[in-house]
Design a protein around this ligand. Structure first.
Ligand code: ZN
Length: 379
């Protein structure tokens, strides 16, 4: 396995590579993957049945909940032929566990004595959970002003919390300088290696075919890119005939990937309006995707373009409505995840999709994590 920088294209061996390139760019793992239906080990728990496709094998995994293989559920009252992928049922309540299990076990294998992360949300909870399970010292750096509610799960797992005065970016910097073992989910190249498991599960659950349309949210795009790169592996290995069309949803109030997509599509005027309206405020109830400077935004845009999909931005009002409608259909999702459903409704309204469209909607985070916020939305 080698690591390649997305900015300067410099290559690193496993021994040389840290969590990012010396130029400040993001590292991506590059390796030859031979993976077919016959390689699936059905006797393994969860996502580990596909370990032929991973950089870590099941035998390498010291800390695992048996994560993955979450249900893909048909929604009879949906507005199209809709199925929901319930990654909200992962062990710590969000899809982040797919990336965390890969990063934490990779760092352990390389001798890390403690794990450091800088998220006060789902990724922080995920890292704290795995560290508690594996009895690994864990440090989570969070902006000091963050609401207490979001930290409850992290505290319950017993992580050492470092409040940092300043922004989300200041907290990240403090974590990166603190110790070896930085597991920053927005940076570490192993994270995406884990989220590729989503593609393999959806492929098997869709009877070993590529789904037609997948709708998901993106802050830094680790879910969208995991799906995209995973299906690329399946395409290269002759396991699917095409890629699923990928629709990526952001909140209007924080939508840098949407703007980059619109600029690339030559619709700068529309994108500019959103920039003016949103970026100053940058406050959205979809807090899990409120990232002002994503380091993989260009890769998300390219992935969406390659599949013939689109990046959308949805209003706070639409996200609130999505939370309410999902609930009435039987799905309790975090506002961040519900934004994906708001995007789907928009695609149906503008006739990009119709009632006959086959759609998989990603529910990436559990509503139980955001009871207070959802309470406000439903009144
Ligand atoms: Zn570089």
């Amino acid at each position: 396995m080698r690591f390649v920088c997305n900015r300067c294209k410099r290559e690193y061996s496993e021994e040389e590579a840290g969590w990012r390139c010396s130029c400040g760019g993001c590292l991506f793992a590059e390796r030859q993957v031979h993976f077919t239906k016959e390689d699936i080990r059905t006797e393994r728990p969860g996502m580990w049945r596909y370990d032929a496709a991973y950089p870590l094998k099941y035998e390498d995994i010291a800390v695992t909940y048996g994560e993955g293989l979450t249900p893909l559920v048909s929604c009879p009252s949906g507005p199209c032929r809709l199925r929901l992928k319930l990654d909200c049922l992962m062990p710590t309540g969000s899809f982040k566990d797919r990336g965390t299990v890969m990063v934490v076990n990779y760092l352990l294998k390389r001798g890390a004595a403690r794990i450091v992360e800088d998220s006060s949300g789902n990724a922080g909870a995920s890292v704290a959970g795995y560290c508690a399970l594996g009895r690994i010292p864990c440090d989570i750096f969070v902006p000091a002003g963050n609401s207490r509610g979001k930290l409850t799960q992290i505290r319950a797992y017993g992580a050492h919390i470092h409040p940092i005065t300043g922004s989300r970016e200041d907290a990240a910097r403090a974590a990166q300088e603190y110790a070896e073992g930085y597991a920053g989910h927005n940076w570490h190249p192993m994270f995406l290696e884990g989220t590729k498991s989503l593609a393999y599960e959806l492929w098997e659950q869709n009877h070993f075919k590529a789904p037609e349309n997948i709708v998901c949210v993106a802050g830094n795009g680790s879910q969208a890119l995991g799906i995209f790169y995973g299906f690329q592996v399946l395409l290269e290995n002759g396991q699917v005939e095409r890629l699923p069309r990928l629709f990526v949803v952001q909140a209007e109030n924080c939508s840098p990937i949407y703007r980059e997509f619109m600029r690339a599509a030559g619709e700068a005027a529309a994108a500019k309006t959103v920039a003016e309206a949103g970026e100053a405020a940058a406050k959205t109830m979809a807090e899990g995707i409120a990232l002002r400077s994503p380091n993989k935004g260009s890769e998300v845009v390219e992935a969406v373009q390659t599949t013939g999909g689109r990046v959308l931005a949805v209003s706070e009002e639409a996200i609130g409505q999505a939370v309410r409608e999902l609930g009435k259909m039987g799905f309790y999702a975090e506002p961040t995840s519900a934004a994906a459903y708001a995007g789907l409704l928009e695609l149906l309204r503008d006739r990009t999709l119709n009632e006959q469209s086959d759609v998989i909607l990603m529910i990436s985070g559990n509503g139980l994590k955001a009871g207070e916020e959802i309470g406000e939305v439903i009144g």
